[in-house]
Design a protein around this ligand. Structure first.
Ligand code: C5P
Length: 221
């Protein structure tokens, strides 16, 4: 049986960085479920699909081929064979993912994709509902969180590093809005699984978080 480690939490809590490093340390695969929601959003935007039309989105999802290549250089996201790893990180995509994320039937397709990947190999998977909906029986579950000010600062630094000029206040507002949408949607909301271990990463370094998770997994065999 494949070993599954789930990491859920809001944007900026450190999930991606931690999940990537932890997967390397454990020699597990890495699965970024948010990248899937982002890739389908990108395709819907490119094809000018009405994002309010759930049936159209389901149809789109069903004819979409999505591959995540877990390379040492970073995660490569292939949408119908095309590398969209950078394109899915734009603000436009980020601010439109909620249409895909809130549509129950689209989530079903997403969850099927995620399970088909996750059930084959040992994997560290990160997202919003991975410990509650996608892999409720995962052996190890974690929930990462951090203060809004710290999460906003992390996003700001990340974008700055990429050479993007961003307004800090606007970024905080967008983060709050995304939190709110993630927390309140009817299906697959952002939620700590009852049996998940919570960790507030506000004052912790990345290494401290990775080591805490790693130690817990090692200790519990
Ligand atoms: O993790 P990331 O910020 O890349 O995710 C982008 C968006 O995809 C989230 O804001 C959320 O709306 C959606 N998502 C989701 N369920 C997941 C992962 C991401 O609804 N498991």
């Amino acid at each position: 049986m494949a070993i599954i480690v789930t990491i859920d939490g809001p944007a900026g809590a450190g999930k991606s960085t931690v999940a990537k490093l932890l997967s390397k340390k454990l020699a597990f695969a890495y699965l970024d479920t948010g990248a899937m929601y982002r890739a389908l959003t990108l395709k819907a935007l490119n094809e000018k699909i009405n994002l309010e039309d759930e049936e159209a989105l389901v149809k789109l999802a069903k004819v979409t081929k999505l591959d995540l290549e877990d390379n040492p250089a970073g995660l490569k996201v292939l949408l119908d064979g095309k590398d969209v790893s950078q394109e899915i990180r734009t603000l436009e995509v980020t601010n439109n993912t909620f249409y895909i994320a809130r549509a129950p039937k689209v989530r079903e397709v997403m969850v099927d994709w995620q399970r088909s990947i996750g059930n084959k190999k040992n994997v560290v998977v990160e997202g919003r509902d991975t410990g509650t909906v996608v892999f409720p029986k995962a052996k190890y579950k974690f929930y990462l969180d951090a203060d809004i000010a710290e999460r906003s600062k992390r996003r700001f630094d990340e974008l700055k590093q990429k050479g993007k000029d961003v307004n800090k206040e606007l970024l905080t507002e967008e983060l709050k809005d995304r939190d709110n949408k993630d927390l309140t949607r009817k299906v697959g909301p952002l939620k700590k699984a009852q049996d998940a271990i919570s960790l507030d990463t506000t004052k912790l370094t990345i290494d401290e978080v990775v080591n805490t998770l790693y130690k817990h997994i090692n200790k519990n065999g």
